[in-house]
Write a protein that binds this ligand. Structure first.
Ligand SMILES: [Zn+2]
Length: 397
């Protein structure tokens, strides 16, 4: 995942901020003209001075110009307002959006940092007719907590493995919240899959990883994912959830769309073992025949030779059936029925995040993570995809 740094706002030279070439500054990151994204890139906020917030009061209205602002309460009731009347946190949220948001970005879930270092969850959305909708949680609102205890026993997942990084109480809580968001059928997909903590992935920007080697699946959680939680949340600002929960749900999404392919590979491995055993048995039988045929009567020799040849022929047939099975398993791993069904539902619509543009697999994982972590956001962006998950389209018949 991408990280951007938001600079401090100063009264002097404030309009030059964008010239500092922030990623995403000036917009247009999406490759398509109809792109509409939930903003998943983390904006790491620096410590801010009271002067910054003084400056905002003057500068934000100028930046916004004529774009209308609406505040929304927890019940979804909206009322128009002005930039001047917004809280310091809401002003800062809009400032971050204007500084770092691309045109394609539709929605941001920010843990805004105040001058006294408290956090405020604020959701900013682009309003359909232009301008922004701002919805704010309580100052100092903490992220949702989980128990973090006995996760393999409670959810049927594999072991929590530590490879150079710890499953701290915090990391286990995040995993607890992610697993708690799943339904039983989705949890079954994770049966016996180990969750592995590492400091970082091969790609330092990755927060987590689903790794599948033939029949074996593993999910890794890296430090980067947990670091993002200080500046971003997911869900509603009245009950903010750590954004690393969404990162983990993204990997669960990969496990879900890969399930048919993985099961196909598990069957391939079983079949391969069985075939190998039969080949070995046949070889032994052949050797025994070669050694002992002199002691056999002509009739018995004929019968044994016929049996060996018949088994040889049967194995030939099995082998070509097996090759076909491997081919089909490979196809299921590459794409498979879940991605096929998802692709049909998504159609030509923009996927839900910029990262989701990477591939059909990433698109699915991003959509699924939003469905479980922020269903309202997915519904706003892609109602048809929300319905697909809601009716269990991702779990097959
Ligand atoms: Zn992914």
């Amino acid at each position: 995942m991408e990280h951007t740094i938001i600079p401090r706002l100063r009264l002097a030279g404030v309009l030059a901020v964008c010239a500092l070439a922030l990623a995403g500054c000036g917009g247009g990151r999406g490759g398509r003209s109809n792109a509409r994204y939930y903003e998943a890139a983390v904006v790491a906020q620096r410590d801010l001075s009271p002067q910054h917030f003084q400056a905002l009061k003057v500068e934000l209205p100028k930046r916004l110009g004529k774009q209308p602002i609406v505040v929304e309460d927890a019940a979804g009731r909206q009322s128009p307002t002005t930039a001047e009347k917004l809280s310091a946190a809401a002003q800062q949220a809009l400032y971050i959006v204007l500084e770092t948001g691309s045109k394609a970005s539709q929605e941001w879930d920010l843990r805004v940092r105040l001058a006294d270092n408290r956090r405020v969850p604020v959701t900013v959305r682009r309003a359909p007719g232009g301008g922004f909708v701002v919805r704010q949680g309580d100052v100092g609102e903490k992220l949702a907590r989980g128990q973090g205890k006995d996760l393999p026993q409670r959810y049927g997942i594999g072991n929590l493995v530590e490879q150079g990084a710890e499953w701290t109480p915090r990391a286990r809580e995040v995993l607890d919240i992610a697993l708690d968001a799943l339904d039983d059928r989705e949890r079954k997909v994770l049966a016996a899959i180990p969750f592995i903590r590492r400091v970082r992935g091969d790609d330092a920007s990755h927060g987590a990883l689903y790794k599948q080697t033939d029949c074996k699946a593993e999910i890794f959680l890296f430090d980067t994912a947990l670091r993002s939680d200080s500046d971003q949340f997911v869900g509603e600002p009245e009950a903010p959830v750590a954004t690393s929960v969404r990162t983990l749900l993204h990997e669960v999404g990969h496990a879900i769309h890969q399930r048919p392919g993985r099961l196909a590979w598990c069957a391939v491995e079983r079949k391969e073992r069985a075939l190998r055993e039969r080949v070995e048995a046949l070889n032994k039988r052949g050797q025994a025949f070669n050694r002992g045929q002199g002691r056999l009567s002509a009739k018995d020799r004929e019968r044994e030779l016929g049996a060996i040849k018949a088994e040889q022929k049967a194995l030939e047939t099995e082998k070509s059936a097996f090759e076909q099975q491997v081919k089909e398993a490979r196809k299921a791993v590459d794409r498979g029925p879940v991605l096929e069904a998802y692709g049909k539902v998504l159609g030509k619509a923009s996927p839900p995040t910029a990262y989701a543009e990477t591939s059909a697999k990433e698109s699915f994982a991003e959509s699924y993570s939003l469905f479980r972590a922020d269903p309202a956001a997915l519904k706003r962006l892609l109602p048809q995809v929300h319905d697909f998950f809601a009716r269990g389209g991702h779990l097959g018949p």
